[in-house]
Design a protein around this ligand. Structure first.
Ligand code: CMP
Length: 139
């Protein structure tokens, strides 16, 4: 059945005018954009979103990066959306990302890695709810 996942096109990508190129790769992978908005995240918003990483050594760097430029937050729909999206994103570290993935094509480093995608159905729901009201999602 069609399910949903949550995606962020990160500052390294919006800065290089890659919103369309990244979205095309998501669409070509069988995902539909059912909600999308370009926002400049506040520090509070970024800290809240990444709260699970707050004790990691890279947390400060991660938050600084995510508020450095606008991002595009999206809800994606498709068959097994979470898995499908993770597959087309590629490994977190672009050095380990497979050919044909978004991160292989565009990511600059483990931090500046072009996209975020939910890692489970449970987190997808939490992350979608963090940025979108149900009436902003149009399937
Ligand atoms: P994301 O899927 O958005 O969720 C957490 C992010 O932390 C991850 O993508 C990476 O971009 C980032 N991250 C993970 N490890 C490191 C690291 N060692 N240094 C900087 N950022 C990191």
């Amino acid at each position: 059945a069609a399910t949903r996942t949550f995606s962020i096109i990160k500052p390294d990508a919006t800065k290089r005018n890659l919103t369309g190129a990244v979205t095309k790769m998501l669409e070509d992978a069988g995902l539909r954009v059912v909600a999308s908005k370009r926002i400049h995240m506040s520090r509070k918003q970024a800290e809240g979103f990444y709260a699970v990483h707050k004790d990691r050594p890279f947390f400060g760097e991660l938050v600084d990066f995510m508020v450095s430029e606008p991002v595009v937050v999206q809800v994606l729909e498709g068959e097994d959306a979470v898995l499908r999206n993770r597959k087309v994103m590629g490994a977190t570290n672009p050095a380990e990302a497979d050919e044909g993935t978004i991160r292989k094509a565009y990511a600059l480093s483990i931090g500046e890695n072009t996209v975020h995608g939910s890692d489970s159905d449970e987190n997808a729901k939490i992350e979608i709810d963090y940025f979108f009201n149900e009436d902003e999602i149009v399937g």
